[in-house]
Design a protein around this ligand. Structure first.
Ligand SMILES: Nc1ncnc2c1ncn2[C@@H]1O[C@H](COP(=O)(O)OP(=O)(O)OP(=O)(O)O)[C@@H](O)[C@H]1O
Ligand SMILES: [Mg+2]
Length: 373
């Protein structure tokens, strides 16, 4: 039977996904005991009540105890003292790269030390599947073992919270605003801060400020990928974001019909005026595969993705078929790649995720953006 010392060691080695340190380093293991009857008793000390990683840490602790052959596991939660919390926060902040000051504030992703690949998901037209692709790609990358964040940059038309099944208010303490966690992905959306019944009607400076806070004030910690879900078109938000993240890559989403492709071209071309570079095209709603006969129907035409990639001098990273289950998954807060991993659309998303992970880390901080007019 495992000893208390072994249990403590296993629990202490677990990582807090939000503060990016092990529970041992954070001094977050209050109790780890194996009782005489062979059951495990664990008490974790978390920074604040309602800590967003609580659920994930409870599960991880129970799994770690079971891996040691302890079938009966009780995980309790305690809260750190002020002093313990400040020590934990100081540890978390110590890993944050500085993105320098300047007009756009201290955005860690712009630091030369940053190893995060920042990807903006854009399109010309609305409703082509940016948010669906963002959420599915994020979950596919997380399943591959990457640490992933989603920044919902669609301030007026946010849909990431619903699609990821993420709700509640982000917690903030000691100057840290923590993202929420959903399916292992860190998520920030304006939807977490506003009344869902009321439209967000901000423009210009308010929008800019919100995006800036998402990037500089939210504690993203160490993420391998940050996916930014853009609103459609080439408006204020796309321009603001390009200014703040001049070295981000852009993925352009289009449907296969030529008309959509022409509009998408404009979105892709905005990168020419900013420092962003287009790293690929994704064609969505490519074909519909009839579940009864297996026949494929090109409902929205064909070839748009290929053509767009050619015109933007980039690659077509993949074509995602129409699948009604993808929409259902979005409505239920469980992206298709998790709910139906064998669906052709899920396989297409996973192939794109693998491709992105092979593209390597971006050149964040290594080139100078062109001046915006
Ligand atoms: N491959 C697909 N198969 C079936 N339904 C899809 C597919 N891709 C997207 N959808 C559905 O189409 C609708 C629009 O998708 P989504 O919201 O992801 O697009 P968007 O580009 O983010 O839209 P917006 O421009 O409004 O932000 C959603 O209801 C979504 O579930
Ligand atoms: Mg969207």
């Amino acid at each position: 039977m495992a000893t208390s010392a072994e249990l403590r060691e296993a629990i202490a080695a677990l990582r807090d996904p939000l503060l990016d340190h092990t529970l041992g380093e954070l001094d977050a293991v209050a109790v780890a005991e194996v009782t005489d009857d062979g059951s495990a008793q664990v008490t974790l000390r978390l920074p604040v009540p309602g800590y967003p990683a609580e659920g994930a840490l409870r599960e991880a602790a129970a799994a770690a105890a079971r891996d040691l052959g302890l079938e009966q596991v009780a995980v309790d939660i305690g809260i750190m003292t002020e002093e313990q919390r400040q020590a934990a926060v100081a540890k978390a902040k110590s890993k944050r790269p500085s993105g320098g000051g300047g007009d756009e504030g201290d955005i860690p992703f712009n630091s030369v030390e940053s190893t995060t690949k920042v990807i903006a998901v854009a399109s010309g037209k609305g409703g082509v599947g940016k948010s669906s692709i963002t959420t599915n790609l994020a979950c596919a990358l997380a399943e591959e073992g990457y640490r992933v964040g989603i920044m919902d940059a669609d301030i007026w038309g946010y849909s990431i919270p619903r699609m990821m099944g993420a709700g509640g208010k982000p917690v903030a303490f000691d100057d840290l605003v923590l993202p929420l966690l959903a399916h292992g992905v860190k998520v920030i959306s304006i939807g977490f801060f506003v009344d869902s019944e009321r439209p967000v009607i901000w423009r210009g400076p308010m929008l800019h400020r919100a995006l800036q806070q998402f990037l500089s004030d939210v504690h993203w910690g160490e993420v391998d990928f940050l996916l930014c879900d853009l609103p459609p078109g080439t408006g204020d938000i796309a321009i603001s974001l390009a200014q703040m993240l001049p070295n981000a890559d852009m993925l352009v989403v289009t449907t296969p019909q030529p008309a959509a492709q022409r509009v998408a071209l404009r979105a892709g071309q905005t990168t020419a005026q900013t420092g962003m570079k287009v790293s690929g095209v994704i064609e969505n709603m490519a074909t519909f595969i009839a579940p009864d006969t297996g026949r494929e129907y090109a409902i929205f035409g064909e070839g748009g993705g290929e053509l767009l990639a050619e015109e933007l001098s980039t690659e077509l990273l993949g074509s995602i078929p129409i699948d009604p289950r993808l929409r259902e998954g979005a409505d239920d807060g469980r992206p298709l790649v998790l709910g139906e991993p064998d669906a052709p659309a899920s396989k297409a998303v996973r192939a794109i995720a693998q491709h992105l992970s092979k593209q390597g880390t971006s050149l964040v901080g290594k080139s100078l953006p062109l001046q915006m007019g």
